[in-house]
Ligand binder design. Structure first.
Ligand code: NDP
Length: 501
């Protein structure tokens, strides 16, 4: 059957769902709620387009992905305004998010061949007659399920790397940011019309669930840990592999010799930017007791000008998901009931979807604001006796996504003791912005990686190929093996391994 003859399932017109401006609650657009049949059709279409995409090879695919990158870059202003409309983030933050995502796309298109292409591997003494090669072919069709909080940077972490590796992709953006998802897919269609390998499905969690059941070859999931567990359970039924980029409860640590101005600036940006709706956002701060007061003064001075609003002067926007406001409120309430104090903001600063920055101190370590992902413009700041205690408290979380450390002398040493997918010393989330580095978590923050060589390999499978160059002097895997060969094997066993004590 030729490409033109591939029969795709017919589907009925789906119902629509509405997307609201988080600042006003007004409906701004509506999108199809794709059901099982639509998802099945999208996966079938992606699968039909995949072989031609694979056949291009790395260099040609890279050139086409570069066209997509150019298309996104040229439309960045429109895309940034769409991000602002759907999720409420300031347009300038949206532009920054776009360029960060494009840096990773550029790296993936340029380096996929070097990372995934066939390479010779050494054989050993027992297998010296074999030429060995390793390559990383694409999996086929990857389903990407994305969140709304970084609706460009986060899904592109999977889309760019899966496509560069040679996969076709079916993308399900969050129901809060379907327009941004659609824009990215339409930009691909304009840039690479001859290869319909990036397909869009929109809808709620049910659409994502259908994608998990659709027979795709992997799911790249980014979202909350709770949803991640559901995705994994659904995928387990068909042994579909999963990449899990889940939630976090990231900490920032300040040692006694830290640059306190820089640390306070990073804490304020890390906790409050994007209204705290950042998987890698700073939610807990541990400060050496000898510099605690100075640090707190600097944080308060830096945070007092950060205001949530939808006007041009507001540095942060609304809370995107209506349901999240209650979670943020519950965490602050719990902290205050357990003896914590709000030294900035607090419960009376909530106004509809706008939550003003809240800084909490004296909060016990078992309070919700310390243990659970708050996903709002809040942080707890706690005093520690020394860096041993800081490391212990940082690692005590069940989330292990990212950690920031401010220290002049011991930064690298402390970083070595932290259990997290990424650690940045003297800067906030630098590891997420360097294209050669992987991004991902440990524990309940998930597993698998986007970005860098690991991010490319994530959407492939390792394939080992050997070619016998000449018959082995020792015929081992044959029923014709002789007693002489067995004696040599015994000698080799002793020589190679038996002298180790
Ligand atoms: P959710 O877990 O609510 O949703 C993530 C995606 O999963 C959405 O597209 C959602 O659809 C979809 N979904 C919901 N239910 C199902 C289901 N049963 N099966 C399949 N898919 C489903 O996360 P949010 O969108 O609220 O994003 C915020 C979370 O993402 C935070 O926890 C944050 O820490 C995490 N995150 C992690 C990152 C990382 O790199 N580790 C990066 C960015 C965010 P719908 O929206 O339509 O319900």
């Amino acid at each position: 059957m030729t490409k033109a003859q591939v029969r795709l399932p017919k589907v009925a017109t789906p119902p629509m769902f509405e997307v609201c401006d988080p600042a006003t609650g007004e409906v701004i657009a509506s999108y199809p709620e794709h059901g099982v049949a639509d998802v099945t059709a999208a996966v079938a279409a992606a699968r039909a387009a995949a072989p031609a995409w694979v056949a291009l090879g790395f260099a040609d695919r890279g050139r086409l992905l570069d066209r997509w990158r150019g298309e996104i870059a040229r439309g960045a202003d429109t895309l940034a305004r769409l991000m602002n409309a759907e999720v409420g983030k300031p347009v300038s933050d949206a532009r920054l998010e776009i360029v960060m995502a494009l840096q990773h796309l550029a790296w993936a298109s340029k380096n996929a061949g070097a990372v995934l292409g066939r390479r010779r591997m050494p054989s050993d003494l027992m297998t010296i007659n074999q030429a060995a090669t390793l390559e990383y072919p694409p999996l086929g069709v990857v389903g990407v399920i994305g969140p709304w909080n970084y609706p460009v940077f986060t899904p592109l972490g999977s889309l760019s790397f899966a496509l560069a590796a040679g996969n076709a992709v079916v993308f399900k953006p969050s129901e809060f940011s379907p327009g941004v998802g659609e824009w990215l897919v339409r930009a691909f269609e304009r840039a690479v019309p001859e290869h319909p390998v990036l397909r869009l499905v929109t809808g709620s969690g049910a659409t994502g669930a259908a994608l998990c059941e659709s027979g795709v070859d992997k799911i790249g999931f980014t979202g909350s840990t709770a949803t991640g567990k559901k995705v994994m359970a659904a995928c387990a039924r068909s042994l579909t592999p999963v990449l899990m980029e889940c939630g976090g409860k990231d900490a920032l640590v300040v040692d006694v010799d830290a640059d306190l101005d820089a640390a306070a600036d990073a804490a304020v940006w890390g906790a409050l930017s994007n209204a705290g709706q950042t998987c890698l956002g700073v939610e807990r701060v541990y400060v050496h007791e000898l510099v605690y007061d100075q640090f707190l003064d600097r944080v308060l001075a830096a945070a007092k000008d950060v205001r949530a609003g939808s006007d041009a002067g507001a540095k942060i926007g609304p809370i995107t998901m209506p349901s999240q406001v209650a979670v943020i409120r519950a965490h602050i309430e719990d902290a205050l009931e357990r003896g914590g104090r709000a030294v900035l903001g607090g419960l009376d600063t909530f106004d509809s979807q706008f939550v003003q920055p809240t800084i909490l101190v004296d909060v016990p370590e078992d309070a919700l604001a310390v243990t659970e992902e708050t996903f709002g413009p809040t942080m707890t700041i706690a005093k520690v006796d020394d860096m041993d205690q800081a490391v212990e408290l940082v690692n005590a979380s069940r989330y292990h996504l990212g950690v920031t450390i401010f220290a002049r002398r011991r930064g690298s040493e402390i970083a070595g003791r932290i259990r997290a997918g990424g650690v940045a010393v003297n800067a906030f989330v630098a590891y997420a912005t360097i294209p050669t580095l992987p991004l991902g978590g440990v524990g309940e923050s998930g597993f698998g990686r986007v970005h860098g060589p690991d991010g490319l390999r994530e959407f492939t499978y390792p394939k080992a190929v050997t070619r016998q160059r000449f018959p082995s002097p020792l015929a081992l895997t044959t029923f014709a093996r002789t007693e002489f060969t067995d004696r040599i094997v015994r000698v080799l066993t002793t020589l190679l391994h038996g002298r180790i004590r």
